[in-house]
Design a protein around this ligand. Structure first.
Ligand code: ATR
Length: 276
């Protein structure tokens, strides 16, 4: 990387950001496309100051992560309609000092699914009712998928189902449910609890497409069982790469080098596996 006075600055704001794989993903993309740009991780303590910093220093594009995805909205000059509906922003584009917020988490999930299945006319069980479930639920509805929300807690599940205009299924009743696609959005199965699976494994039927948003480990217990039962599986790594690829597209107007990004993230994750 050849940094100089013309280097464009990008980064992620959040707290914590020490675990983020976004610098690996974006710097690999900048390097491979020959862009004079660098991407750093900023541990931000308060969002208002972060926004002032972005404007004052002319940071060209920013990824937004926990805990700022919702809190950032009032500080932006413009919000993309999908991000507005989802109520969360994970990407900021700085256009000559005007900040516009987008949500590429949702688009990333749809792109990762579209690599393996058509979406229009399909049915999908979404496990969980947090921010990720909301983003993916809105996106899939927009893509013509019939969605059901499956959640442990009734209140949260019903609230999301109501805002999506779709059915709610208590997690304990998931056995009777069928879906062409299953999207897992809870932290269940994430390292170090790698033997946990959020749904009874016999509901995973041959031919289903199963996506887990957890990406450490890359193959969760759910995905392993799904693969053994003849389902097509998509890991959280796939969704992560595509959300980053869509950020790259928004920031540069160029087609993202998805394969390069894929390789960089997998390398960063395998370094972590070695440390674990
Ligand atoms: P995010 O906003 O990042 O998607 P979140 O707000 O923490 O995450 O949401 C987590 C989701 O995982 C919730 O739907 C939560 O279920 P509850 O509404 O019942 O809390 C679900 N979840 C977390 N731990 C779970 C567990 N052990 N079993 C089942 N669901 C779980």
């Amino acid at each position: 990387m050849n940094l100089n006075q013309h280097t464009a600055l990008y980064g992620v704001i959040g707290d914590p950001v020490g675990h983020s794989r976004s610098p690996a993903l974006h710097n690999a993309a900048f390097l491979s496309t020959g862009l004079n740009a660098v991407y750093l991780a900023f541990e931000g303590k308060e969002i208002e100051g972060c926004i002032r910093g972005i404007k004052a220093l002319g940071i060209k594009g920013v990824s937004v992560t926990i805990p700022f995805k919702t809190a950032v909205i009032p500080y932006l000059d413009e919000i993309d309609p999908l991000a507005r509906r989802i109520g969360a922003v994970n990407t900021i584009v700085n256009n000559k000092g005007r900040l516009k917020g987008y949500n590429t988490d949702a688009l990333g999930a749809a792109k990762a699914l579209e690599e393996r299945t058509k979406l229009r006319g399909m049915t999908c069980l979404i496990i969980g009712a947090g921010g990720a479930a909301k983003a993916i639920g809105f996106m899939l509805k927009e893509k013509g998928v019939t969605v059901s929300i499956v959640n442990r807690t009734r209140k949260r599940g019903e609230t999301l189902a109501r805002s999506l205009g779709c059915p709610f299924v208590p997690l304990v009743d998931v056995e009777g449910e069928k879906g062409d696609i299953l999207v897992q959005t809870t932290p269940v199965g994430m390292y170090p609890h790698i033997n946990q699976c959020p749904v009874p494994e016999h509901i995973l039927e041959q031919g289903m497409v199963v996506m887990d948003i957890v990406y450490v480990p890359a193959e969760t217990r759910l995905l392993k069982s799904s693969r053994n039962r003849g389902c097509a599986t998509i890991s959280g790594v796939g969704m992560f790469i595509h959300q980053g690829a869509e950020q790259f597209r928004l920031w540069t107007g160029m087609d993202p080098p998805v394969e390069v990004m894929n390789k960089a993230v997998k390398e960063a994750l395998s370094e972590q596996d070695e440390r674990n």
